[in-house]
Design a protein around this ligand. Structure first.
Ligand code: 8YV
Length: 315
């Protein structure tokens, strides 16, 4: 069988790269010195794109590949893929839901715990000798018994809330409508009211043009000087400039963030703040989950080229 030509937008671990190359001709755009020129040179051959959640595929990339049939995303988020451009051309799109849900939820809760209890600062306190020279570490805030708000009770939000229930937090959530699978948690439709209610606001909703800056200045300030915002979704869900202003001005207590506008570069204002926990977009970054994601990327591509049903279609 002739191997289909696939445009590869970003690198994968060897355990994915090797099997990908066994089944497909991989064109590694990310290795090209001039990615645009590279795309123009291989575009006509390309029948599939393998990309990552945060890298996506924009209209220019899709248009440069006139024979494109399928885009397989290594990630659950499809906000960086131009779905309109895909619809116009009948291009199929797949992602990797479910396999990463628990790890993303784990990291969100771990970030809340780490930030609330000052775990990173406490580690430094031991290592730099402050424990001996200065004495006891400054007191931090408890999490149990306090109020959590989950903005977006989809797969990931649900797993976050389930974990928080295990930590004895009082749980409320916002979504388009109340969920019958969440009878024990309080539904608060309005994100602003949810923020007012919450000591910890978890941002777990899938990003789209509609959710851009859903966490705006008012929502951020409603969480307040004692509150924390945890973002394990996409940076675009929060007005980052307003977030920085509120963190700098003490109108928001703290934040724990796995995602940033323009990542991996980030606004240098974050680096001067000691009330924010910064993580390098690695919520799904465990060996087990990444292997499952890579397998699903390949299985979706193989299914498409074998004329079978896609395993996890977006479009
Ligand atoms: C990944 C993601 O970190 O699932 C997503 O949408 O952004 C993440 O799981 C990313 O796609 C890996 O590069």
């Amino acid at each position: 069988m002739i191997k289909p030509d696939i445009l590869q937008v970003g690198p994968y671990p060897d355990w994915d790269q090797i099997p990908l190359e066994e089944s497909f001709i991989m064109h590694k755009q990310f290795e090209a010195s001039d990615p645009k020129e590279y795309l123009n040179s291989v575009g006509k051959r390309i029948r599939g794109i393998a990309t990552r959640g945060e890298l996506g595929a924009d209209r220019a990339m899709i248009e440069a590949c006139p024979n494109l049939e399928v885009i397989s995303i290594y990630g659950v988020g499809f906000d960086a893929v131009d779905l309109d451009a895909c619809r116009e051309r009948g291009i199929r799109v797949t992602n990797t839901p479910d396999v990463l849900t628990n790890d993303v939820a784990d990291l969100g809760v771990a970030m809340m715990l780490a930030q609330s209890r000052g775990i990173l600062g406490a580690e430094t306190w031991v290592r730099d000798g402050s424990w001996q020279s200065k004495g006891l570490y400054p007191l931090k805030r408890r999490i149990w018994g306090r109020k959590a708000g989950v903005l977006g009770l989809g797969r990931i939000g649900y797993e976050v809330a389930k974990r928080l229930a295990g930590f004895d937090l009082d749980i409320a959530y916002s979504d388009i409508a109340a969920k019958d699978y969440a009878p024990d948690w309080t539904f608060i439709a309005d994100p602003m009211e949810l923020a007012q209610h919450s000591d910890f606001l978890f941002v777990t909703l899938a990003a789209s043009a509609k959710t851009r800056h859903i966490v705006n200045k008012q929502v951020i300030e409603a969480v307040g000087p004692e509150g924390m915002i945890i973002n394990i979704s996409r940076a675009s869900n929060i007005d980052e400039a307003a977030l920085l202003d509120a963190l700098e001005g003490g109108r928001l207590g703290s934040a724990a963030l796995d995602v940033f506008e323009g990542e991996p570069a980030l606004n240098p204002r974050f680096l001067d703040l000691n009330n924010v926990l910064l993580q390098p977009h690695h919520a799904s970054g465990t060996v087990e989950t990444r292997k499952a994601m890579g397998q699903l990327v390949r299985d979706n591509l193989s299914a498409h080229f074998a004329g079978k049903d896609l395993l996890t279609p977006v479009l």
